[in-house]
Design a protein around this ligand. Structure first.
Ligand SMILES: Cc1cc2nc3c(=O)[nH]c(=O)nc-3n(C[C@H](O)[C@H](O)[C@H](O)COP(=O)(O)OP(=O)(O)OC[C@H]3O[C@@H](n4cnc5c(N)ncnc54)[C@H](O)[C@@H]3O)c2cc1C
Length: 204
């Protein structure tokens, strides 16, 4: 495989696992579309002052929009809060991901309302990221049609962390043994979806 830099990487198998940026591989492979669904989050420094529990809530903003925030108290002394998703366009370079205007102010207002003690704690980071989603909502895990030795593993939407170990194990088995032994990959076969027409890819 030859990189843009000209460097040649030797290998028996290539796994496309660039999250939403996997859509760029549609330029040279028969790959179904992977879209980016943006989310915003804040990391608070809470030390051990908050009970180690996760909250999944529904919250109605003053303007009427209903958000579904998640709050995770983490073992490293931080608490992570996310909500507010949007369908803004995906920048080609992952380093160029920026939050939507006002998204973090809305998040902070929400936290002040639902957890004033948390809202008073220092903020370590205000972040945005893109989840990878497919046309039918299921991940793409398996061999890429029409290209020997090429595989894809992404498209897990909001559950990519939870499912990463199972996906990684299944991919390793598929590549090394020709089949996954613990997970039925049939529902996730890339061939179930029509490949994206690369002509539909455009820069915003
Ligand atoms: C706010 C929010 C909350 C979430 N909460 C949860 C949760 O509670 N539980 C859960 O299971 N999941 C959660 N997720 C989803 C989870 O984060 C994703 O499903 C998962 O990260 C997707 O993994 P991935 O490897 O497919 O893509 P990514 O994590 O996006 O990884 C792709 C990587 O490829 C890199 N890349 C891109 N282009 C190139 C290139 N050309 N060359 C080399 N590298 C490249 C990117 O920089 C990136 O590091 C959440 C996501 C968000 C945004």
């Amino acid at each position: 495989m030859t990189l843009d830099s000209g460097e040649v990487v030797e290998g028996d198998a290539v796994v496309i696992a660039m999250g939403p940026w996997s859509i760029l591989a549609s330029l040279w492979l028969k790959l179904p579309a992977v879209y980016g669904y943006k989310g915003h989050s804040i990391v608070f420094e809470t030390a051990q002052d908050i009970a180690p529990e996760a909250l999944f809530l529904e919250y109605r903003e003053a303007g009427g929009e209903v958000l579904t925030p998640e709050l995770f108290v983490r073992a490293d002394g931080t608490t992570w809060v996310c909500a507010i998703s949007s369908t803004g366009s995906l920048p080609v370079d992952p380093a160029d991901v920026v939050p939507d205007d006002g998204a973090h102010a809305r998040l902070e207002a929400m936290v002040r309302d639902i957890a004033p003690v948390l809202a008073a704690m220092p903020i370590r980071a205000r972040q945005a990221c893109f989840r990878p989603v497919t046309d039918d909502g299921l991940p793409l895990i398996g061999a890429v049609p029409g290209a020997d030795g090429v595989y894809v593993a992404t498209g897990h939407s909001v559950w990519g962390m939870l499912n990463a170990p199972a996906t990684g194990e299944a991919m390793a088995e598929l590549i090394l043994d020709g089949a996954a032994h613990h997970v039925d990959l049939t529902p996730f076969a890339p061939s179930r979806l029509r490949p994206l027409d690369p002509a539909r890819l455009r820069r915003a």
